[in-house]
Design a protein around this ligand. Structure first.
Ligand SMILES: NC(=O)c1ccc[n+]([C@@H]2O[C@H](COP(=O)([O-])OP(=O)(O)OC[C@H]3O[C@@H](n4cnc5c(N)ncnc54)[C@H](OP(=O)(O)O)[C@@H]3O)[C@@H](O)[C@H]2O)c1
Length: 331
């Protein structure tokens, strides 16, 4: 049955222009790396996607390997889209990526044209869509000429299998090179998807400026440091949490130092009348170079907590200084 989307879905979301492109992205986007695979509860994933769309999240981020099992997030997303949201396809920005390990043999990962195009074809099939809106090179491949990877992105766009090209996890210098190649090919680099949170600021010294100067939008992934920058772990490790599963977020990530910083940040968030998750998202959105913050959520409740960020994204100097002082206490 088709989902009847909320009439008020565009009322509270903020949309920001992605670099120097014609596209606007929601300030908060939803990623399907976790919680939407074949080992997760389908109905829960469906409820999160409906709620997200009903609240103005137009951008859903996927990759070939999201699951587990790899590929199953695209299958589930495609099934939900085609069964329930098909009427709204033109209101959505769906992205996918290729570059990390996906299948056996020498062509199942990295940045060869072979991998990029074959992987995109698989993603389109899994999602049962004619095109994705953004197709990314998921990581820089030091062994493949950058021209080859960028030409594959350009080719995908020219074939109409993707509307825009993006890069993810590229260091600043390779971002410059990739952008130049894509510009010459006539397919501008729309966006850089980079890990960025209070706990991981590698983009600050150089990458954000490179993106800004080159007219590339930035979408910040793992803005909550996979859940650390929330109240999830303040009183231990809850069953079912990402850390309790231990594959991507491990107990050793939660050092005493970090736990103390989380508690201190939580106190500032409380003073601001926000949850820590909301403050962590707002802290990223204060930078106008950040187009969108790409969250994950394992429940509708978490999603709504995160969406309520938009009620307060302003910081005063004192708050920023206090946050900075806390962040300096951790390595
Ligand atoms: N390009 C890349 O290489 C790359 C890499 C990683 C991610 N990404 C993208 O970025 C997206 C987001 O990454 P992420 O899932 O690591 O983001 P995140 O927002 O940092 O972490 C999401 C997790 O934090 C917890 N959480 C979220 N909201 C919460 C709240 N309000 N209160 C308490 N806990 C909360 C949940 O964990 P529990 O499961 O414990 O509830 C949730 O699954 C991915 O889905 C993917 O699209 C891209």
């Amino acid at each position: 049955m088709q989902h009847q989307a909320s009439e008020s879905r565009y009322e509270d979301m903020i949309y920001q222009r992605c670099g120097r492109s014609g596209i606007k992205l929601p300030a908060i986007s939803l990623g399907l790396w976790h919680n939407f695979g074949s080992e997760d509860i389908y109905e829960n994933g469906k409820a999160i996607i409906f709620e997200a769309f009903d609240k103005g999240i137009t951008h859903f981020d996927l990759a070939n390997n999201y699951g587990p099992v790899p590929g199953s997030a695209e299958e589930n997303f495609g099934s939900i889209l085609n069964k329930h949201l098909k009427a709204y396809r033109d209101e959505m920005i769906i992205s996918s990526k290729a570059g990390y390990y996906m299948w056996q043999g020498p062509y199942g990962e990295w940045g060869s044209r072979k991998n990029m195009i074959a992987s995109l074809n698989q993603s389109l099939q899994r999602m049962n869509v004619e095109y994705v809106d953004i197709f990314y090179s998921h990581r820089y491949d030091p062994e493949t000429p950058l021209e080859e990877t960028m030409t594959a992105l350009d080719h995908a766009v020219r074939q109409g299998k993707a509307l825009y090209a993006g890069i993810s996890n590229y260091p600043a210098d390779k971002t410059r090179e990739a952008e130049s190649i894509l510009r010459e090919l006539g397919t501008p680099c729309l966006i850089h998807q980079a890990r960025y949170s209070m706990f991981d600021r590698w983009v600050e010294p150089e990458l954000l400026d490179v993106a800004d100067k080159r007219g590339i939008g930035v979408i910040a992934f793992s803005p909550l440091a996979q859940g650390l920058l929330t109240n999830r772990y303040i009183h231990g490790i809850p069953e079912g949490s990402r850390m309790s599963r231990g594959h991507f977020l491990k107990q050793e990530h939660l050092t005493n130092e970090k736990l103390q910083a989380i508690k201190n940040l939580n106190n500032i968030a409380k003073e601001r009348g926000q949850s820590l998750a909301q403050m962590a998202i707002a802290w990223l959105l204060k930078d106008r170079r950040v187009t969108s913050v790409l969250i994950g959520a394992s429940s509708v409740m978490q999603l709504n907590d995160n969406l309520n960020t938009l009620k307060n994204i302003e910081f005063n100097r004192g708050e920023l200084d206090q946050i900075e002082a806390i962040l300096h206490t951790i390595k």
